[in-house]
Each structure stands twice: as structure tokens, then as C-alpha cells.
Design a protein around this ligand. Structure first.
Ligand code: HEC
Ligand code: HEC
Length: 305
């Protein structure tokens, strides 16, 4: 009898020790300061992102989508810090990445794309296993999309995944002035030849090849790219991005050519995040109009003489 009692006390003490160290102590001691880079839910005339957030919670988007970027994540944008989440209750960190991380989803696609994707994911991403949310009312859908578009907009970069040491060393060998207009101009041609097919002529990630890529080319016009240091640009261009179709240009371009490219891509960033609500407005931002084809060009006149 005595032996059992001792065992029982041991179990109870172990249980409370574990709860205290993993739940109670962190709750009391861990109070990160707001970083000021949390997400910003400003209500607009059209939609209310704060309400959209509730719909995000209700529909269980976090079962498949995380909202945290770690040091080792590629292509999900700036890292997060604890203080980014102080206003997020309940937080939407999530655990499983059945779908991509959404930390910096805001501004990645036009709102109409987001809406069409929620209604019929397969129409935009063939083979996608994301369920259709077409049953949401228009009101719910607009608010949800507004919420998705706020993600990451306010987050500034503190630090990135860094380029490996050998790339830091390559800075010393650099012969090109990567901040001058002349070098940028020199890089422009190289960019048009090697990059525009995927990244688009203005860097928005919407070149013709992007249509067929599962992982879309980076939108190099996004403001947070301004914070990339030269060696990181150089590293990315040289080594490509693992797990994506971004090629390793170290294999085909000389070191000097890659530095000229660095100089050019650094000129692509816009001051503010750019989003459009209507796909037809994309052309206005792009300011590149597709050539209007005559009838003959797209369909040879049949039976003519
Ligand atoms: C075959 C299509 C393709 C071509 C050609 C291509 N890229 Fe990429 N690029 C991608 C994809 C896909 C990604 C990955 C985007 C991501 O991780 O979200 C990427 C990512 C990048 C990144 C990393 C962005 C980041 O978030 O760190 C840089 C920089 C880049 N490309 C520059 C270039 C340059 C410069 C060229 C031309 C020399 C080029 N790319 C050519 C498809 C391409
Ligand atoms: C069963 C898992 C699952 C659920 C639930 C889910 N998604 Fe997805 N989601 C995915 C997968 C897989 C992808 C990648 C393929 C694609 O883009 O359709 C994806 C892609 C996305 C993308 C595009 C991300 C990008 O940058 O390419 C967005 C935005 C998105 N989901 C939002 C949502 C929202 C909002 C909800 C809740 C209303 C939701 N998802 C619920 C699995 C899911």
C-alpha cells in the first residue's frame, strides 16, 4: 500500500513539474515587446480584414497553412520574430505545411486571383489539394481575401538567411560597382535574356514561363527586397533557389556578368507593395501591352485564295 502511494505522489509531482516548466513559466516570463511589424488590419470601404481573420480561423485554414518563417525557409520572405504576434489572439502559427506558408502572402497575387483560387483552387493550380471555399458568401470572401492581402505587409526585415561565407568573400573580388546606374544598365540586357522569361521584364514574377511553374518566380519588385545585401543577391543568382526552377547561373554566366545582374535587380524594387483588385489592371502597372494580333497571326485564314 505504502509503495503505491509513493508512486502516485511521484506521478503527480512529475505531472505538475512538466506543466509548470512548459506552460506556466513561459506564460509568466515570456512577454515579447511589440515589434511594430505585426499585421495591420485596416478596415476599408470594400472589406474588413479583421473580420476576414475570424473567417480564416473558422474555416481552419491554419490546418494546412503556417504563418511563421524560419531561418531555413526558402522563398517565404522575411523572418518573423516573437513580437510580431502580440496582437494575434488566437495566433495562427499553425504546425503543418500541407500548403505553403502564408506569412508574407499579402501582395503576392492580385485580390481577384486570391478569390478565384479560393473558389476553385484547381483552376489556377492544377493538381492542388486545397479544398474549394466556393460556399462562402461574397461578403465573407471579400473580407477573407482582404485579410490574406494584409499578411506581411507591415513586416520589415531584420535579418535573412545569410549567404554562405564563400559568398561574403566574393565581395572582396567584386570588380563591378553594383550601385551605379551604368552597371544597372549593363545588367539590364543580361536580365532580359536570362531572367525576364520567368521573372517578367519589370520583375513582377509574371513572365510568360511563370504560368507553368508550380513555385512561382520571385516578385523582385516587392519593397522588402531592398534590404538584400549584394552578397545575398549574388549567392541567389549563382546558386539558384533549391526546390524551385530558379536556375544556377553560376554554371552559365561569368562572375562579372552575375555582378551586373545584381546591379540591375537592385533597381527593380518599388517603394510600396503593389496590389491590383482587378486582373485587367495588371497591364496598367506593367505598362507593357501585349501586341494586338491580327486575325491572320493567330489563325491562318482558311480556304482563302
Ligand atoms: C526558369 C524560371 C526562372 C529563371 C529563368 C530565373 N528565375 Fe529567378 N527564380 C525563379 C523561381 C521559381 C524562384 C523561387 C521563388 C521563390 O522562392 O519563391 C526564383 C528566385 C529568384 C531569386 C531569389 C528571391 C528570393 O526571395 O530570395 C532571385 C534573386 C532571382 N530569382 C533572380 C533571378 C535572376 C537575376 C535571373 C536571371 C539571371 C533569374 N532569376 C532567372 C525562376 C526563375
Ligand atoms: C487541406 C489543406 C488546405 C486548407 C484547409 C487550405 N489550404 Fe490553402 N493551400 C493548400 C495547398 C496544398 C496549397 C498549394 C496549392 C495551391 O496553391 O492551390 C494552398 C495554397 C494556398 C494559397 C496560395 C499560396 C501561394 O503563395 O501560392 C493561399 C493564399 C491559400 N492557400 C489560402 C488559404 C485560405 C485562406 C484557406 C482557408 C479559407 C486555405 N488556404 C485552406 C492547402 C490548404
Amino acid at each position: 500500500m505504502k509503495g503505491y502511494r509513493l508512486g502516485a505522489i511521484g506521478i503527480v509531482i512529475t505531472f505538475f513539474t512538466i506543466i509548470t516548466t512548459t506552460v506556466l513559466l513561459p506564460m509568466i516570463l515570456f512577454n515579447p515587446k511589440p515589434t511594430g511589424h505585426g499585421n495591420n488590419y485596416i478596415e476599408t470601404v470594400q472589406a474588413n480584414p479583421a473580420r476576414g481573420r475570424q473567417i480564416f480561423v473558422r474555416e481552419g485554414c491554419f490546418y494546412c497553412h503556417t504563418q511563421f518563417t524560419r531561418l531555413q525557409d526558402r522563398g517565404y520572405g522575411p523572418l518573423v520574430r516573437a513580437g510580431d504576434y502580440v496582437y494575434e489572439t488566437p495566433h495562427q502559427l499553425g504546425t503543418a505545411r500541407t500548403g505553403p506558408d502564408l506569412t508574407n502572402e499579402g501582395g503576392k497575387f492580385p485580390s481577384q486571383w486570391q478569390k478565384a483560387h479560393l473558389i476553385n483552387p484547381r483552376a489556377l493550380k492544377p493538381g492542388s489539394i486545397m479544398p474549394s471555399f466556393s460556399y462562402l458568401s461574397d461578403h465573407d470572401m471579400n473580407d477573407l481575401v482582404a485579410y490574406v492581402q494584409t499578411l506581411g505587409n507591415e513586416r520589415k526585415v531584420t535579418h535573412y538567411v545569410e549567404a554562405p561565407e564563400e559568398y561574403k568573400a566574393s565581395l572582396a573580388r567584386k570588380t563591378v560597382d553594383t550601385s551605379s546606374d551604368a552597371s544597372g544598365n549593363a545588367g539590364r540586357g543580361l536580365y532580359t535574356q536570362n531572367c525576364a522569361a520567368c521573372h517578367g521584364q519589370s520583375g513582377r514574377g509574371n513572365g510568360p514561363n511563370s504560368v507553368s511553374l508550380e513555385k512561382k518566380p520571385a516578385n523582385l519588385t516587392r519593397p522588402f527586397y531592398k534590404q538584400y545585401p549584394d552578397d545575398f543577391w549574388f549567392y541567389r543568382i549563382t546558386e539558384g533557389v533549391p526546390g524551385t526552377r530558379m536556375p544556377r547561373f553560376g554554371e552559365v554566366l561569368t562572375e562579372e556578368q552575375r555582378w551586373y545582374l545584381v546591379a540591375y535587380v537592385k533597381t527593380l524594387q518599388q517603394k510600396n507593395e503593389q496590389t491590383v483588385d482587378n486582373l485587367s489592371e495588371l497591364d496598367k502597372i506593367e505598362q507593357v501591352k501585349l501586341p494586338v494580333l491580327t486575325e491572320q497571326e493567330w489563325e491562318p485564314a482558311s480556304g482563302g485564295d
